[in-house]
Design a protein around this ligand. Structure first.
Ligand SMILES: [Fe+2]
Ligand SMILES: [Fe+2]
Length: 266
């Protein structure tokens, strides 16, 4: 008799509860592959954990206690910057897994496919940046990292529209605005390898924001809400930071964040 298929929710939960960074990245890509080849049942029979498992390193500090990275061009400064980005990608793995596992039951198979695809991209981004750190004589975990990137997940765990409004459409969209300048900084320092990795990440992130906007718009239309005004309301309610220019207008437009969305916030 064939073994009953594992549920996709169990597989996602196991990846979220994997603490070791390399193991988490591998487990995530495996979940996405297994889902894509029909090896996981589309069942949401287990709740997502409130928080992901974390390795003992990096030490997590509140944002106010993070050492200043400085703007200079020193190699130490660049390593600290790659470390910070690597940590963002690490948390992004769990954010995408959580979206698929938490909201997949209500939103359906395409939603699960899209966010598991995002999770696999984030796992790749994490691995690429972790490898750059090793090449530069450091490693993920060698420096402290920002605690608080999971706050957005907690704050929006109750509503898929709030989650999409804040995580892809605010936080990941912010990456579109700042990454071109970061790429320039690495190019200026002669670190073309890191610059290439960041360009690849930027291309993927345009797609992630685009998926966020597409799914958000779908949810809003089902609820009879206008997407731009629903977005502005949800962001005001669930995001404490400021959304401020300069915006990467062309990347935002490619991701569907048109003037209709942005005119209300800046
Ligand atoms: Fe990423
Ligand atoms: Fe992303």
């Amino acid at each position: 008799m064939p073994e009953p298929r594992r549920s996709v929710a169990h597989a996602i939960r196991d990846a979220i509860l994997t603490a070791d960074p390399r193991a988490k990245a591998m487990a995530t890509r495996e979940v996405a592959r297994a889902w894509g080849s029909g090896k996981l049942a589309p069942a949401f029979d287990v709740a997502m954990p409130d928080a992901p498992a974390r390795p003992s390193r990096p030490e997590l500090l509140p944002p106010s206690a993070m050492p200043k990275r400085g703007r200079g061009g020193s190699e130490r400064g660049r390593i600290a910057l790659i470390h910070a980005l690597c940590h963002i990608e690490f948390v992004a793995i769990d954010l995408a897994l959580d979206a698929a596992g938490r909201f997949g039951g209500e939103r359906g198979a395409d939603f699960v496919t899209d966010w598991l695809g995002v999770a696999a991209d984030e796992a790749m981004h994490f691995a690429l940046l972790a490898r750059r750190l090793v090449t530069l004589g450091s490693a993920y975990g060698a420096l402290p990292a920002h605690d608080g990137l999971w706050d957005a997940a907690r704050e929006t765990a109750h509503d898929v529209a709030a989650r999409l409004a804040v995580v892809p459409m605010v936080l990941e969209a912010r990456g579109l605005d700042v990454t071109p300048m970061t790429i320039t900084r690495f190019e200026a320092a002669g670190d073309l390898r890191t610059a290439r990795v960041l360009q690849r990440i930027l291309d993927d992130e345009v797609r992630h924001v685009g998926l966020g906007t597409t799914h958000f718009t779908k949810v809003c239309l089902e609820r009879g809400d206008s997407p731009p005004s629903a977005w502005q309301t949800l962001v005001a309610r669930h995001f404490r930071g400021a959304i401020k220019p300069p915006f990467n207008d062309s990347a935002r437009r490619s991701a569907g964040l048109s003037y209709d969305f942005m005119k209300g916030v800046a």
